[in-house]
Design a protein around this ligand. Structure first.
Ligand SMILES: Cc1cc2nc3c(=O)[nH]c(=O)nc-3n(C[C@H](O)[C@H](O)[C@H](O)COP(=O)(O)OP(=O)(O)OC[C@H]3O[C@@H](n4cnc5c(N)ncnc54)[C@H](O)[C@@H]3O)c2cc1C
Length: 508
């Protein structure tokens, strides 16, 4: 079978932008769902962070990014993101993304948590993701260099007889397995939020890239760092709809069931404190029975349906009118800072394998992502990855046969999701993480190396080995950070030797 030069798995912002930037090189783009479905991209509400305002600079943006990531951010990645970010948002605008501008043509920008300045470009209030995705899909469908295969689910990467990756084993819409041979394969499969019982991401986002890349020997980095959004709307839906942070930027406050604000006493920035701080406060409120609610009645009030149509619709589906009532909220798994380790051009440790977007980790976010930096990450590092693949030398490949991994039955998946939420959630400790490790070992013995179990195992082991609290990783039994910040790096071999934990590079 002839090798296609350039294969991309995933059609969110990262996969689509990489594909568009690859022109004129022919690209095959796979998405397991229908184009536009099952992406976090389409659900993004706040917008894209970039230094677009008159008082802002890329340096300020990079500094906020580094400060949010608690000493673990790769400085080069942060400066690269901030510097290239403005041009990328402008390119997206030029492509037709309807970002809000005022009557003088200036960007309308929101301020989100831990940003020192208003810097988030938005679309129709809370419609950023839907607006961006629609424009990207239109452009990709019109691009003659992109062949889109919808409903093609990547199951495993094809190992090369030499070294690295030789393409992907994919299940076609008819259910048949096909080997798609490629010189360069880019993973852009998004988050792992769907491994948690309470999540804001599509349930199908289950860390597929981690399992696929790890089977090929690639290094998985910083897997313990999962950002929990503090204000998922608690109306029993799975996934949980989101009440965007922009609401707090507009002045909405967090109150208990008696209407008493609780963030003002917790952090100087109150409701606009870093997400992990707000998420823990909301968690404590809910655990204590005092409850946590977002009160936007005064700050937004009657303007709610116009300013935040997606949040308004979600509230209405749960019988809540946010113009006159408070919104019950809970923390939910929202964003994965960790992922398949890459350099600043998207190259992983496996030759021929690249990763970009939320499934990748180049150290940009460190221990905590600055709000609205991830759509921008897809743009900036998508273009860099496309350029690097275009510049790479041709790579003759000789694919080896690989078996499709087992699929976790639905009942077991629900057990897994409950276990992760309980033991690797907003607050963790050694006992809980060890319980989780045992649960996972039992499940792997019963169900085999299903990708969801492997991805969850990386989270549990990295969390257990990080005996400190840093950013979103809060250990009740180790509440302070170590003096030195070190990334965590794990491979599949480490999971198999979970007794020996001395090799991972996590700070002692
Ligand atoms: C509710 C919500 C609101 C958010 N708001 C913001 C915001 O305002 N600003 C911001 O910057 N970030 C926001 N984020 C985060 C941001 O949306 C994501 O980090 C970003 O969109 C990830 O893009 P991606 O392309 O990496 O992944 P995704 O957009 O999730 O796309 C992944 C793609 O991979 C495909 N896929 C997955 N597995 C396979 C497989 N095995 N085979 C084939 N295809 C596969 C999926 O079908 C999909 O096409 C938000 C996230 C959520 C959930």
């Amino acid at each position: 079978m002839p090798a296609s030069p350039f294969l991309i798995i995933g059609a969110g912002i990262a996969g689509l932008w990489t594909a568009l930037c690859a022109a004129p090189r022919p690209v095959v783009l796979l998405t397991g769902a229908k184009l536009g479905d099952n992406t976090s991209t389409g659900w993004a509400q706040g917008g894209v962070a970039a230094a677009l305002g008159p008082d802002d600079t890329p340096s300020l943006h990079a500094e906020d990014t580094m400060s949010a990531g608690v000493k673990l951010v790769n400085k080069d990645a942060a400066h690269m993101l901030a510097k290239a970010g403005t041009a990328e948002v402008n390119a997206l605008y030029d492509l037709g993304a309807p970002f809000e501008r005022d009557e003088h043509g200036a960007w309308v920008l929101s301020r989100e948590a831990a940003h020192g300045i208003a810097r988030v470009a938005r679309i129709k209030g809370d419609q950023a993701g839907a607006g961006i995705l629609a424009v990207l899909i239109r452009a990709a469908k019109a691009a003659i260099h992109i062949e889109i295969r919808e409903g093609w689910q990547a199951e495993a990467l094809l190992p090369d007889a030499g070294d690295g990756c030789a393409g992907v084993l994919s299940r076609a819409p008819c259910g048949a397995l096909h080997e798609l041979v490629a010189e360069h394969t880019v993973l852009a499969t998004g988050s792992l939020g769907g491994l948690y019982a309470v999540t804001t991401t599509p349930w199908s986002s289950q860390g597929q890239a981690l399992a696929m890349a790890a089977r090929l020997g690639a290094v998985i980095r910083d897997c313990e760092f999962i950002q929990f959004h503090p204000t998922a709307i608690d109306i029993g839906l799975d996934p949980s709809p989101l009440a965007t942070e922009a609401l707090r930027g507009e002045g909405a406050v967090l109150v208990d069931r008696k209407g008493v604000r609780f963030m003002a006493d917790t952090h100087p920035l109150a409701e606009l404190a870093p997400r992990d701080v707000v998420a823990r406060a909301v968690h404590v409120q809910n655990q204590s029975g005092r409850g946590a609610f977002l009160d936007a009645r005064e700050a937004v009030g009657e303007a709610f349906p116009d300013q935040f149509p997606a949040v308004f619709a979600a509230c209405q589906s749960g019988g809540i009118d946010p113009r006159v009532a408070c919104i019950p909220v809970t923390p939910a798994a929202h964003y994965h800072m960790g992922g398949v380790e890459t350099d600043l051009n998207g190259a992983t440790s496996a030759p021929g394998l690249w990763a970009v977007g939320e499934c990748a980790c180049n150290g940009l976010h460190g221990a905590n992502r600055l709000a609205s930096n991830s759509l921008l990450e897809g743009l900036v590092f998508g273009r860099r990855t496309a350029n690097a693949v275009k510049a790479a030398a041709p790579r003759p490949v000789r694919p080896r046969i690989v078996q499709a991994p087992p699929i976790l039955p639905d009942e077991a998946l629900q057990t897994l999701r409950q276990a992760l939420s309980r033991h690797a959630g907003v607050v963790r400790d050694m006992t809980g993480l060890k319980t989780l490790m045992s649960t996972l070992a039992r499940m792997r013995a019963q169900h085999g190396d299903a990708p969801a179990l492997i991805a969850a195992h990386f989270v549990a082991l990295a969390g257990l080995e990080r005996t400190e609290s840093r950013g979103v990783h809060f250990r009740a039994d180790h509440s302070e950070p170590h003096d030195q910040a070190c990334p965590s790096r794990l491979t599949l071999t480490d999971l198999r030797n979970t007794g020996d934990t001395s090799h991972t590079g996590v700070a002692a």
